[in-house]
Unconditional design. Sequence first.
Length: 141
Amino acid sequence: MARAGASIEIERPAAVVFPWLVDPELRLRWVDGLVASEPDGDGRYRETMAAGGRSVDVTSTVSRLDEPHAVDVDMSGRGVTARAESRLEERDGRTRVTSSLDLQLGGLLRFAAGAAAHQAQRSLERSLARLKELVEAAPEP
């Protein structure tokens, strides 16, 4: 299993940050490697992720939604299952977003778990940095 985790502080309240974690159109702007996200009903999405020159189609299912504090998503696709968890903690109008990713590779991909963990960590850090940049650049409500 590959694991990654990162956090970042965003200069906006949690109610402003949270939609960026759940709206497919907004997620496409900041989630590293996410190239497509289509709602499939009942908290499910058909998504395409690209990494390392490959792409994989996954079904993502929101398993926990506690607006504006938490969202968990379970993902499954050919040779991969994952769980992403994000927590938002607001203090003085700022929000700390803490995200983690547990990634399991199957078949021959399991031999790449070490490289996948490193890549997942970098991708998560890039994603959160981009999230911060976009949310803080957006006009305040």
